[in-house]
Design a protein around this ligand. Structure first.
Ligand code: HAS
Ligand code: CU1
Length: 575
């Protein structure tokens, strides 16, 4: 039996539903979030080819014209990482994951508060941008002390993160008011996924908030005589690992709830979808030490425990791989012959579908590489080498970013009533992006295995002879070429996006609906009649509490000795 997901449900009598004026306002806000995100990505992406050329052995940072704008390779890399990985994701996700649950529940959000949050986040971004552009915060996107940046950078970053927590609070608040008005009902699945992601982010962000507010801001203001790099790194990775799921899960929402309909299939199982998100909520955070296997003064026991928990948090992604394949392959999708015939029969002419399917394909390799990184036996081979940027360009750089690009191909028409400009260019942009990222990943994983370090201006290395003797001609060439391919992809994508945004409004925006999929195995509406899995995964607040307890258990004994032996290390500015 197939049932439509209870999305965009009828407003409940006790709660104000979305009226036309609020919906128009909410769409405008979502558009602001998305456009700000893609503007940040535009600047970040234009810096990308410079990094790729560096790993292709070409040093462009000495060109006088470029030198006026960017002082060093490291400033370019900092801007690239901050804009793409931190700013682009956070703005897009904040708009996307406020819009979806508000529509799904048909509950009216407080729009003044929602705009206030957007403006706060933008103010944080602009504040942090000043020192970044002035080469006063060239600390890379992980801002590890004792590298020291201007306090203005840390303050701007803190305001941005605080704003994202306000969005989290607003969405959880919407959900709770819906729960109160609808006792005994199962939370609709799109809302379930969004709320689980926001709650996970709230637990995750604690580490970064304590690090930035408690350590980095006072230190950079000169109020403390130094900062403890090990404690700062540990708090950073408390947030830094789950932040990658904060980037991934909004893409999963699309893969679970929207892509199946776009591809002519159905979501496989609502219960399994909920299980995956419940697992992400509980297990995303207590794993950060897999970024710190090489750090001294952390007991191996805890590193091993974090390693096993990392393997556990790969399980919901494996569930997703199963669901993604099952839901694109099921009738009413055209069957196709043989084991992979269904792949050929997917709507490859549809840019939105193609972008997202290619994003998934890249994540098969990105996920497999992640398991390698997480294994303590392999980590010493790949840690701090070019392998790692190889890994994250096919996770956040493709699985997430290419999915968001694919989403934009229907979301912009849905928000604005404008028609997608040149759908064939849009399709081409997805293939070029995918191709460029795969080339980049191949070149960088390869160089990493040979021991080429990450975050290094290898093209200007004083040990050029050692680098040249590594026999890296082919992977260097692949990496350099990938920069050009990705540049073409960006030109194609931004031509489509900008021309679409600048075109006149021709349609009623609602004539491009949210492509909510039906489910082969739906959860039903009443909790009492729902399956055990649905009932057990419904209490998201209790699961959040469990997540917090688990984090305290696996981080408490790691952090306590660091606090007891706090080291005051003075800051350094290298570039
Ligand atoms: Fe990672 C480093 C381990 C996932 C991003 N990661 C990074 C860094 C970033 C990043 C940015 O354990 C660098 C940080 C820095 O600057 O230092 N990562 C993992 C593991 C996973 C993983 C175990 N990473 C991600 C995701 C990211 C991301 C997701 C961004 C969005 N990562 C690590 C480790 C390090 C690390 C170590 C530290 C390395 C070091 O030494 O410094 C797992 O979550 C992966 C699980 C995923 C899978 C794949 C499932 C496949 C799916 C696709 C299905 C598609 C199908 C195709 C079936 C098991 C869901 C359908 C086909 C059709 C045709 C329809
Ligand atoms: Cu991680």
């Amino acid at each position: 039996m197939t049932t439509a997901l209870p999305s965009q449900s009828a407003p409940s009598p006790a709660l104000p539903g979305l009226d036309t004026a609020t919906l128009t306002n909410l769409k405008k806000l979502t558009q602001y979030y998305a456009v700000t995100a893609f503007l940040a990505l535009l600047i970040g992406v234009l810096l990308g080819p410079l990094q790729a050329l560096n790993y292709g052995g070409v040093n462009v940072y000495e060109f006088p014209l470029l030198k006026v704008l960017i002082k060093s390779y490291y400033q370019g890399l900092t801007l690239h990482g901050v804009l793409n990985a931190l700013v682009f994701t956070q703005f897009f996700i904040s708009g996307w994951m406020l819009y979806l649950p508000a529509r799904d529940l048909n509950v009216r959000p407080n729009m003044r508060f929602a705009w206030f949050t957007y403006l706060t986040m933008t103010a944080g971004l602009l504040t942090a941008a000043v020192p970044l552009l002035m080469n006063n915060a060239t600390v890379l996107y992980t801002f590890y002390p004792p590298l020291e940046g201007s306090p203005v950078f840390y303050i701007g970053a803190a305001v941005m993160v605080a704003a994202s927590l306000l969005v989290a609070g607003q969405v959880v608040g919407l959900w709770l008011s819906w729960k109160r008005a609808n006792p005994g009902r199962v939370t609709p699945v799109v809302t379930y996924m969004s709320v689980a992601t926001w709650l996970m982010w709230a637990v995750a962000a604690l580490g970064l908030v304590v690090e930035v507010v408690g350590m980095l801001i006072p230190w950079s203001l000169g109020l403390t005589r130094g900062v403890d790099p090990l404690l700062a790194r540990t708090l950073f990775w408390w947030t830094g690992h789950p932040i990658v799921y904060f980037w991934l899960l909004p893409a999963y929402i699309s893969w679970y709830a929207f892509l199946p309909r776009q591809a002519g299939g159905r979501m496989a199982s609502e219960g399994l979808t909920r299980l995956a998100f419940a697992m992400f909520l509980v297990f995303s955070v207590p794993v950060g030490l897999h970024h710190q296997y090489a750090d001294p003064n952390v007991q191996n026991t805890w590193k091993v425990i974090h390693m096993f928990l990392t393997f556990l948090v790969a399980v919901p992604s494996l569930l997703t791989a199963f669901s993604a394949a099952a839901s694109s392959k099921t009738p009413p999708a055209p069957g196709g012959r043989g084991v992979v015939g269904w792949v050929r029969r997917l709507p490859w002419g549809n840019a939105s579908v193609t972008a997202q399917v290619l994003a998934m394909v890249s994540f098969i390799f990105g996920g497999a590489g992640g398991i390698v990184n997480a294994s303590m036996a392999f980590a010493p081979v790949v840690h701090n080498t070019a392998w790692i940027p190889g890994h994250f360009h096919i996770t956040v750089g493709t699985a997430t970013t290419l999915t968001f690009m694919g989403v934009m191909f229907w979301l912009v028409p849905h928000l604005t009533g404008k028609r997608l400009f040149a759908p064939r260019l849009a399709l081409a942009s997805a293939w070029w992006w995918f191709g460029g990222m795969m080339l980049f990943a191949l070149g960088m994983h390869w160089q990493g295995l040979a021991g080429v370090p990450r975050r290094a201006q290898v093209s200007a290395s004083a040990q050029q002879a050692a680098y040249d003797s590594m026999n890296m001609a082919l992977p260097k060439l692949l990496t350099a070429i990938s920069g050009g391919v990705l540049f073409v992809a960006a030109v194609l994508f931004y031509t489509v996006l900008i021309r679409t945004l600048l075109s006149p409004r021709l349609d009623d925006p609602e004539s491009t609906p949210i492509p909510t999929s039906e489910a082969i195995s739906p959860a039903g509406q009443n909790l009492r009649e729902a399956s055990l899995l649905v009932r057990r995964t419904e209490p998201l607040l209790a699961l959040t509490f469990a997540a917090l307890i688990l984090v305290i258990l696996v981080y408490g004994p790691v952090i306590a000795p660091m606090l007891a032996n706090y080291q005051f290390i003075p800051g350094q500015r290298l570039w």
